[in-house]
Design a protein around this ligand. Structure first.
Ligand code: ADP
Ligand code: MG
Length: 706
């Protein structure tokens, strides 16, 4: 038996938890910290000094030498700049490790090289980081030693958000404020705050380290740019939930341990649909902490892979022809007196507060379907959304039979007297337990599905930060709550609340019913049907980019102080920039692989083949098969070479375009097409030439040798 892991003991051992603060801080200081954590406001500098000292002592006791303000710039990943606790030695050369309150709460990393979309000219390179007291500090161990990480927001000198966290925090406050107005209308006087909770299910691929390093495309682009399908893919459906291979299991075990120590509640793990694809889900938590933790999950996935001579691929589409990876973003809203606003109860038809919330969400999602779709876009996700794969690029809501029926009754008659019950599940075997089943089955093809007491937003990409999708969700729902509360507060003051709420639910549901779709989201029929309903079908990341600067979007985000127009414009610009840079890297990698590795290997194979044809013919045979292969290879090689020339030419044209938007579209429309044209003959050649001469590992090697 292996030594038992005491999970309770190691859980959050690397986190400066509330319990540790309680133990280490004077009572008054602790109380002030808790007050700011729960209700907002500012810590007094004297208090911050005491907290910093306690935090530093704890960190140093646990081996830390440095601290860092850990932030999330617009690259979508995290950033850190380490400062040691070392201070100026005294006259006798003694040095004491120091960390002040000021250093804890505020930082000024130069950090001028992050994308800012023009928000911040490099010559006035002031960017500030500010402690997000609501997300716990933690210790990160790496080759650099142990670093105390302080989760922070990152803003410019003039207060513009330069990161993904600041708008998220702003959206959480907006949602809380507006949701409180709703629950107050229904007599909830106890709640003081409403919190968005998020549980992200993270998908990923593993690949052997040695094979990874033989593929420049995996190294530089995180996905394969060439590759014929393996004889076996996912068609047997034997990988999904299958027995976990030993090496992968050992990886998962270490990953869990690492995450538990960081206070991340790693909960489920399983094999996913594609070979070498897996998933991990933590237990849901407050949105900003879930966002931070998801970054830690992604980082840990990569770090732990090193220890097992593996590499973790978070790209949305590492391999063509098998499923890509996403991140199901489970989202709900709960009051601090324990009411989940998305919990329908047993009789949703009578739960007026729930119906109002549902009506508001239908309205929000329908009104801002474009924004929601945009919030889940990144370069890799273009291979999933709308590209014959889960989920479609069209936003719709799946409600399930029970709620759809309630909505239908409300729309048709203004009253929902009936509710479909779940009934008992009968397996037809007397020894199996019979249990109550949910009134609603699952729908796996919906991008935004109601799943019991939460919505599951399934569009998000596996490599992406979940900050934007949650910022957008919070914002659009806050707006719908606000508009409903404006009407209903007035009605209540006039004594007509019951009728007003009834009418409003009916009005919203009727107007926005078109966003509800319970059928197969992957079918072509749905694409046509959605077009008839007037629902947007935005095909790519860069086509979605301009949705954030429409008047509708600016009005929404400015109203709730989540983004200013300037912040939105800068983000749009960054989207184009990011897209162009990414495709540029992919194109250059393809050019490199094709011209240095693949074409030379095939050319030399063709030479060998030609020599053997000559030899065989000299010996008096026809060499018919060899001649046939030689002709095919020769013609595909010519096709590949001319496609390569074209790609090189188009890539340099694209690189020379100065307008970022125009450039991004050139990459999408022209360069990507040229990339596809190069890939096609090369993938065919891979199937044709002698396996031993193919210069890079094949799909079969990559996906099955883990
Ligand atoms: P499935 O794959 O069946 O959707 P998982 O267990 O893999 O389910 O993941 C479900 C995720 O949803 C988990 O992260 C879970 O903690 C989260 N979740 C459950 N209830 C809620 C809720 N009320 N609000 C937000 N997230 C939730
Ligand atoms: Mg799920």
């Amino acid at each position: 038996m292996s030594e038992a892991l005491n999970v309770e003991k190691i859980f959050a051992e690397k986190v400066f938890t509330v319990a540790k603060m309680k133990e280490r801080l004077p009572k008054k200081v602790f109380q002030e910290v808790m007050r700011v954590m729960n209700q907002g406001g500012e810590l007094k500098m004297a208090t911050a000094d005491v907290v910093a000292k306690a935090m530093k002592d704890w960190a140093v006791e646990n081996g830390a030498t440095h601290f860092t303000h850990w932030f999330q710039p617009l690259t979508g990943i995290t950033a850190e700049k380490h400062d040691s606790f070392v201070s100026h030695p005294d006259e006798e050369g003694r040095m004491l490790m120091e960390f002040s309150g000021k250093e804890l709460i505020k930082g000024e990393p130069d950090a001028s090289s992050f994308p800012s979309g023009g928000l911040r000219a490099t010559f006035e390179a002031r960017g500030y980081t500010a402690w997000d007291i609501t997300s716990p500090c933690f210790l990160k161990e790496s080759g650099c030693g142990t670093i105390l990480c302080i989760p922070t927001a990152f803003c410019s000198y003039t207060g513009e958000a330069l990161d993904k966290k600041t708008p998220l925090l702003r959206s959480m406050e907006a949602l809380s404020e507006q949701a409180l107005r709703i629950v107050r209308l229904f007599g909830n006087t106890e709640a003081t705050k409403v919190t968005a909770s998020v549980g992200p299910e993270q998908e990923y691929f593993l690949v052997d380290k040695d094979l990874f390093f033989q593929r420049k495309d995996l190294m530089f682009a995180g996905r394969t740019l060439f590759g014929a399908p393996a004889p076996k893919g996912q068609e047997m459906e034997d990988h999904y939930f299958g027995v976990i291979k030993e090496r992968v299991g050992a990886y998962m075990k270490d990953l869990n341990e690492e995450l538990w120590k960081l206070g991340v509640t790693a909960k489920t793990q399983h094999n996913e649909v594609a070979p070498a694809q897996h998933e991990l889900a933590p237990i849901y938590e407050t949105a900003n902490i879930a966002v931070d933790h998801n970054q830690l999950v992604m980082e840990a996935m990569k770090r732990v892979a090193y220890k097992h001579d593996l590499r973790c691929l978070l790209h949305e589409k590492p391999y063509a022809g098998v499923n890509g990876s996403g991140k199901h973003n489970n989202w709900s809203i709960t009051t601090d007196n324990g009411v989940n606003l998305l919990d329908p109860g047993d009789t949703p038809n009578k739960n007026i507060q729930f119906l109002l919330v549902l009506a508001c969400i239908m309205k929000a999602v329908d009104t801002h379907a474009d924004l929601l779709r945009q919030s889940a876009s990144d370069v890799g996700n273009d291979h999933r959304l709308g590209a014959n794969e889960a989920p479609p690029a069209i936003i719709s809501i799946f409600l399930g039979d029970q709620l759809e029926d309630v909505v239908k009754q409300l729309v048709e008659t203004g009253d929902a007297s009936r509710v479909l019950a779940g009934g008992k599940l009968e397996a037809g075997v007397s020894t199996l337990p019979k249990f109550e089943k949910d009134a609603t089955d699952r729908n796996r093809t919906s991008p935004f599905a109601f799943t019991g007491n939460k919505f599951e937003f399934r569009m998000v990409g596996s490599a992406d930060s979940i900050a934007s999708p949650n910022t957008t969700l919070n914002a659009i729902v806050a707006e719908a709550f606000c508009e409903a509360a404006d009407v209903l507060e007035k009605a209540k003051a006039e004594g007509g609340f019951d009728n007003a709420v009834h009418d409003l639910i009916k009005e919203y549901m009727t107007k926005h019913q078109r966003i509800v779709f319970n059928g197969d989201g992957y079918s072509d029929k749905w694409v046509e049907e959605a077009a008839r309903r007037g629902l947007p079908n935005i095909k790519s990341m860069i086509e979605a980019a301009s949705t954030i600067t429409t008047e509708k979007a600016v009005a929404l985000f400015e109203k709730f102080g989540i983004f200013t127009r300037v912040e939105l414009e800068s983000r749009e610009e960054i989207i184009y920039e990011t897209y162009a840079k990414t495709i540029n890297i992919e194109a250059l990698t393809m050019v490199d692989m094709a011209s240095k590795d693949i074409i030379p290997a095939v050319a030399s194979y063709a030479g060998d083949l030609a020599n053997s044809v000559i030899a065989i013919k000299e010996a008096g045979a026809t060499a018919a098969a060899q001649v046939e292969i030689l002709n095919e290879v020769d013609s595909l090689l010519a096709e590949a070479k001319s496609a390569l020339n074209k790609l090189i030419a188009e890539e340099s044209k694209a690189a020379a375009i100065s307008d970022v938007k125009e450039q991004a579209f050139y990459y999408k429309d022209v360069v990507k097409t040229a990339m596809d044209a190069l890939r096609a003959p090369i993938d065919k050649l891979e199937m044709l030439v002698d396996g031993s001469v193919w210069p890079i590992p094949t799909y079969g090697d990559l996906m099955f040798e883990v």
